[in-house]
Ligand binder design. Structure first.
Ligand SMILES: Cc1ncc(COP(=O)(O)O)c(C=O)c1O
Length: 408
């Protein structure tokens, strides 16, 4: 396994060369990542050279359409699914609302959906609102101490009435990585479909969604080094069965069925830059040369091993500190580098103190009001969240540790 070349990685992110950001260590990556150069280049090219209605015969339009198609095809290949099983919408929250509308039309009153209290509100609220339509909502609850979801508890909630199980690949405050394949198998065995919120996981390496097995997998490209888009995988069987939410004459095209608005052409085209970045990482580190999914998996492992190595010392430094409660597991190999700390004072004020040390971090509830409440954390006081990715350096971690030493 190669080691990540951090200098190469950072050379792909113009933010690291931006004068106004010098000496600033960025630790709010779970809110939104820096954008990689291939995405910025494609976005600029689209806006300067192809900003016309796509898919018409004239050259600029033909190229615009081709680039949009390229983005879907290449990203779907990395994710291990068919090209038309991937669609782009304005955000994950809006994608979930459209999906919930489709399920509302498809389900009968009295049938059930399982949600968790570990999710960000995006994969929770839109489903819970279906209770108003007579759909039963069952809550799969976390352990209030550890924040973990136990697959056995899910088994106890399942029966022949459950049509859908929604859960996160990992929560944006608890960080623990859920065993998606195991959970999906349990849900499928009971005849339910599965919707996974991958927003907090995908920035740490695109998963092979085809291998993982869920019917729906959602993530947000603005957190995976791309433009502000929500990416949604819907596997064919489910996508063709749910009622079409797009224009009636587009209902035969799988990737148009759950994105009712006109798409953001430029940002979809620029999303191919995320695939370019995976390719650059792979080639620079002498990764495999074949299938996109295999190259994606190589880039995933490369990112992940760098992150885990940087994460463990951070967890060790905070886990036994007085007046600090680390939310979620202290074992780096089981979590994303999204580290929430409950403190004995307002978290946003602590984040403000950190700015004096050149640390960019946030404090608050991060729309994870349910998980924080379930763990006994007052959402108004919030948590300090320090989140990083594969482009974070050892020096930045040291800068953070020194700053935390002072302010906590
Ligand atoms: C875990 C998780 N799910 C969903 C979302 C919502 O994504 P979007 O902003 O694309 O609606 C977020 C955003 O922070 C998130 O962290």
């Amino acid at each position: 396994m190669s080691t990540l070349d951090i200098n190469f990685v950072r050379s792909q992110f113009p933010a690291f060369y931006e004068p106004s950001l010098q000496e600033q260590a960025f630790f709010e990556n779970a809110g939104g990542s820096y954008t990689c150069k291939p995405v910025l280049d494609r976005l600029t090219r689209y806006y300067t050279q192809r900003k016309v209605q796509p898919y018409a015969p004239y050259e600029a339009s033909r190229l615009a359409g081709e680039e949009m198609d390229e983005a879907r095809a290449r990203m779907a290949a990395i994710l291990g699914v068919e090209t038309d099983e991937l669609s782009f919408g304005p955000s994950t929250t809006q994608n979930t609302y459209v999906l919930a509308q489709a399920f509302r039309q498809w389900m009968q009153p009295g049938e059930a959906i399982i949600v968790t209290n570990q999710d960000h509100e995006a994969n929770s609220g839109p489903w819970r609102r279906l209770a108003d339509e007579g759909i039963e909502i069952r809550e799969w609850q976390i352990d209030p101490e550890t924040g973990s979801l136990k697959p056995m508890d899910l088994e106890n909630l399942l029966d022949g009435n459950v049509r859908l199980v929604c859960f996160p690949h990992c929560s944006n405050v608890i960080g623990e990585i859920n065993p998606v394949t195991e959970i999906t198998a349990i849900a499928h065995a009971a005849g339910a479909f599965v919707c996974v919120d991958g927003v907090s996981y995908a920035p740490h390496g695109f998963p092979n969604v085809g291998d993982l097995g869920p019917d729906i997998y959602l993530f947000s490209a603005y957190k995976t080094y791309g433009p502000h888009q929500g990416c949604m995988v819907i596997r064919r069987t489910l996508g063709e069965m749910l009622p079409n939410q797009g224009h009636y004459f587009n209902g035969d095209v799988l990737y148009q069925r759950f994105t009712p608005a006109g798409p953001d052409h430029a940002q979809i085209a620029a999303s191919a830059g995320m695939a370019d970045y995976v390719d650059l990482l792979c080639d620079h580190h002498s990764g495999p040369t074949g299938e996109a999914a295999e190259r994606g998996s190589f880039a995933h492992d490369l990112m992940r091993s760098h992150e885990v190595a940087l994460l463990q010392p951070l967890l060790d430094a905070v886990k036994d500190r007085n007046a600090v409660r680390l939310i979620g597991t202290s074992d780096a190999s089981h979590r994303a580098p999204t580290v929430a700390l409950a403190l004995n004072r307002n978290a946003e004020a602590v984040a403000a103190d950190l700015t004096g040390y050149g640390i960019m971090a946030g404090g608050g509830d991060f729309y994870a009001v349910r998980p924080l409440t379930a763990m006994g954390v007052d959402p108004d006081q919030g948590v300090l969240r320090v989140s990083f990715t594969h482009y974070t350096s050892q020096q930045e971690i040291d800068q953070l540790l020194n700053a935390l030493d002072d302010v906590l």
